[in-house]
Structures are given as structure tokens and as C-alpha cells.
Write a protein that binds this ligand. Sequence first.
Ligand SMILES: Cc1cc2nc3c(=O)[nH]c(=O)nc-3n(C[C@H](O)[C@H](O)[C@H](O)COP(=O)(O)O)c2cc1C
Length: 388
Amino acid sequence: MAKPLLFTPLTIRDVTLRNRVVISPMATYSANDGLANDWHLGHYARLALGGASSIMVEATAVTDQGRITNGDMGLWSKAHVAPLKRIADFMRSQRVTPSIQLAHAGRKGSMQRPWHGNGALTPADLARGDKAWDIVGPTSDPIDAGYIAPKALSQSDMQTLAGQWGDAAARAVEAGFEIVEIHNAHGYLVHQFLSPISNTRNDAFGGDFEGRTRFPLMIAEAVRAAVPKGMPVFLRVSAVDGIDGGWSMDDTVAYARALKERGIDLVDCSSGGLKGPATVARIKRTWGFQVPFAARVKAEAGVMSMAVGLIVDPHHAEDVLQRGDADLVAIGREALVNPSWPQMAEIALGRTPAEAMDDWPVQYGWWLKHRETTFAQVRRDYGDDWRA
Ligand SMILES: Cc1cc2nc3c(=O)[nH]c(=O)nc-3n(C[C@H](O)[C@H](O)[C@H](O)COP(=O)(O)O)c2cc1C
């Protein structure tokens, strides 16, 4: 049987991913003052033992103000580098390419953690120790009634902020990350500038497609310029808003072309989130419902893409790659259920356990490989049913 594409390496600039499975960025809202702690080390170590080629550390704020919640990670100061470096170093020790997503919440900042309600901070949150802060956005319109009104960014604020994206990217490099991703999706700041629904500015940074993409492209340029030439830069889009009159798939294709010209290597295709909490489903869910977005970006903009969302079956992930719909597949929640998803996927796609387990961390693989011999003997002598 031919080697599955899912387990074929991919080289982007100077980085070679050992397979095509990436763990999707998933915020855990468990930091204090943006600093990674033992939770993050344990969580990312658990994932790092599972065989993915790369793990994308969760949305990490480029400024203090750019956090979604009090628990977001950050990279706005030198102090944030060392605790993230432990995580990146551990990933590398397991042959995982460390990646990190840089983010700014914009008008979706100063909110509750999802499990506290996903809305604006309440007195109960403040009593719990959370703090509220002033937020910014493309305009002074809040996301919805009942949310804090942001301050509209001035043109000089935008210059400063683009520089802060670059500074955070440089700190990510210092922390040992080998790929950075710009969080341009889910209704956070960059997406707020792109969508005509949230960007109603009437200066050079609003209006038509060119105006609305101006600040997002400044950020892409700032991040690209801040990291080494050999380092891949990814960008996650909400390919569609799923709201009438919003950002469309045609816009995404045009934007992806502009990003490619600026040295963005791969577009990670998610969707939605512009209004209300990120968990509101405006686009009908089905298996791999966002794969067609990744396919169009790849085919029409000629830029690499990553598919994500409700891909749980290894054969489905392989099929996405075989059809040429994406270059990488990101696995999110399924990796929380089973951090060994990539390792087990390789076996599901035809590699024998004994061979596959040679590539697992030796502390597990050596024993499990030998257990396979015991399994074979027990099955031969007694069958599969322990009752028999
Ligand atoms: C707990 C959790 C946190 C998430 N945090 C982020 C995040 O920080 N950045 C981001 O772009 N997407 C985030 N997402 C979205 C995931 O990266 C992914 O796109 C989504 O879960 C769909 O993929 P799945 O069906 O494989 O889980 C998060 C999802 C979950 C479940």
C-alpha cells in the first residue's frame, strides 16, 4: 500500500513537518497576566506525545489589551518568553515543530471565559478576581447590545499596533517557535477590519476591499518582517462570515492572493465568529464543513492551505489531502479526547502497530510494541472475547 499522504513530510521554507497533522490552536484560558504556567506545560506535553507534526499554541495576545479573557496567554513582554520556551523546547524534544498563534481580540476583548458565560464581564466575574480593561476596534461599535464599547483605533494607533504584532512575533522566535500564525479569524481584531459588517470606517482603512484589507495586510507585513526568512508564517481566516452582506469566499480568495504576495505561506481556513461568541454556529455543520474553503484558497489563490473543523476520521483526513483540497489537516477537539489521534491514525491508514510504535516516544512505544506480540498470542489462543 502506498504511504498515506497524511504521513508524508511537508517542507515550507526552512521547516520540514514530519507529517501533515497539525494540532489546531485551542485557547485554554488558564494563564495569569498572559504567562504560561504548569497547566500549559502539562497540556501541551500531553499533546506533544501524540505524534502530530506540529502543535499550534493557542491564541496568544500581542498586547495586554488584545486578550479575550483574563486567562489568555500573551507575548507582550520579555517575561512571557521563558515559560513559553519550556513548552517549545519540550515539543522539539518530541520531534514536534512548535507553532504559535498570535492574536488580538479587538472589540471581543475583556470578556468572560467560555465556561463563565462567554459574554461581557459581570460583577460575579470581578468578584472572582477578573479585571476589566478598555478595548479597541475598527469603530466604537460594540459586538452587540450589552457588550463594552471599544475605542476606534486611530491611524497612528494602527501603526503602533502593527509594530506590536511584529514585536510579539520576534518574541515567539526567541521562545523557540518555528512557525507563527496570525489569528485573522473568529471575529477578533483583524477579522473586524476585514468584514464590511464590523468595519464601517470612512477613512483609508475602511470602505472597499482595499481599504478594509489595508490594516490586516500591514499586520501580515509586520509579522513577516519580524521573523527569519526561513520561517513559515501562517494566517487563519474566517473564510466566510455566514451573515448576509458579510465577508465572502470571493473576498477570501482575493485576500489570500494579497497575503501570498506579502510572504504568507499558508492560509488556515476556519469560518464565522464575527458576531456573538465564537461558538455560535452560523455555518451549517457537517463532517469537514470548512474543507471547501481550504480547497478554493489552494486552487484559486495558489497558496497552501490547512483544512480544519469536524475532521475526526483518519480516512477523511487522508481523503482531503488525496483530493488536493489542502496541504495540512488540523485536528482540534478530537486531540483533546485522544492526544494519540495522529499515532492511531497512522495505524488506521495501514501501518502495522509494530512499525508505527517504533516512532512513538520510546518510553511508550517499546512496551506497546511488545504488547502487540502478547495480543497476537492471546487472540490466537482465546479469540477477542474476554468472556470466553
Ligand atoms: C477549546 C477550544 C479553544 C479554541 N481556541 C482557538 C484559538 O485559540 N484560536 C483559534 O483560531 N481557534 C480556536 N478554536 C477553534 C479550533 O482551533 C478549531 O478550529 C475548531 O475546534 C474546529 O476543529 P475541530 O472540529 O477539529 O475541533 C478553539 C476551539 C476549542 C474547542
